[in-house]
Design a binder for this molecule. Structure first.
Ligand SMILES: Nc1ncnc2c1ncn2[C@@H]1O[C@H](COP(=O)(O)OP(=O)(O)OP(=O)(O)O)[C@@H](O)[C@H]1O
Length: 253
């Protein structure tokens, strides 16, 4: 369900490295429940935009609002507390922990950061129950107690999303969530992402156009640090500028 207040809005974000402009007046909106893809050729500025939104990189100018709250000046950890979470292109998991251990730890960390010091077995029980519920959402319940290193890579990527969900995000930024996953398994991974609850808005970077056009409800096309077009998949597919700079050039984004 979309409401008037977007879950995330950036306004005229700019960032330069010396003379190289990597973000040019980037204004985007993510409505509640969005499943938006961010695409563009290599070096277009997609990961940079995610870094600017999370606060890992500071914009030279522009504003960012999460659920109407201006977070432009807030550090990354505060943004996570307000509900803005990301995943990375590379695997950042602990190989010897089981998924339920990793997710439960992430939940306990969230509670600690929120200033609620959990005491006693009941509280831990609640964290474990919540952890199982998250793993169930990501179809990982059956492998909950296996060491992470023994899981197929696609399930490891889902576990990274599970850890992100442990922060209770309103907005989830996924930087190539299927990177490294065999092509035949990406669609299954994206169906799980698409089926996340509607109160989580998702922006994902993905190079595989079949996946993008199957799972994105809208597509933001970036070129040279700027937004070329933001539209529904059918409009993006038939836009001559997109074909020229991007789709017609190569299968790799
Ligand atoms: N810390 C940095 N210092 C200097 N230049 C940088 C830095 N980070 C990114 N860049 C440059 O900014 C531009 C955008 O990079 P970015 O990684 O955001 O592109 P991308 O669209 O995510 O590319 P890819 O699809 O290859 O991941 C590139 O020219 C890159 O070399």
């Amino acid at each position: 369900m979309e409401t008037q207040q977007p879950a995330l809005r950036t306004e005229a974000l700019c960032k330069s490295f010396g003379s190289l402009k990597v973000a040019r007046d980037v204004t985007i909106e993510l409505p509640r429940g969005a499943r938006h893809a961010l695409i563009g050729p290599n070096g277009a500025g997609k990961t940079t935009l995610i870094n600017l939104i999370t606060g890992e990189m500071r914009a030279d100018s522009g504003r960012i609002a999460l659920d109407g709250r201006d977070i432009t000046q807030d550090p990354t950890m505060a943004r996570v507390r307000y509900g803005l979470t990301r995943t990375f292109q590379i695997n950042t998991l602990f190989p010897d922990l089981a998924p339920i251990e990793a997710v439960t730890l992430a939940i306990c960390e969230r509670e600690r950061l929120a200033g609620q010091f959990w005491k006693g077995l009941t509280a831990h029980r609640e964290a474990i129950d919540e952890g199982f519920e998250i793993l169930r959402q990501l179809q990982l319940a059956e492998v909950a107690i296996r060491p992470t290193r023994t899981l197929p890579y696609g399930q490891q990527r889902l576990l990274e999303i599970a850890l992100a969900l442990a922060t209770r995000p309103k907005v989830l930024l996924l930087d190539e969530p299927a990177a490294g996953v065999p092509k035949g398994e990406s669609a299954a991974l994206f169906s799980v992402i698409a089926a996340l609850p509607d109160d989580i808005s998702v922006l994902f970077i993905e190079h595989d156009m079949d996946i993008v056009f199957s799972f994105a409800t809208r597509i933001i096309v970036m070129v040279s640090g700027g937004v070329l077009l933001e539209a529904e998949p059918a409009v993006v597919r038939s836009d001559p500028r997109v074909r020229e700079v991007y789709l017609g050039r190569a299968s790799h984004a």
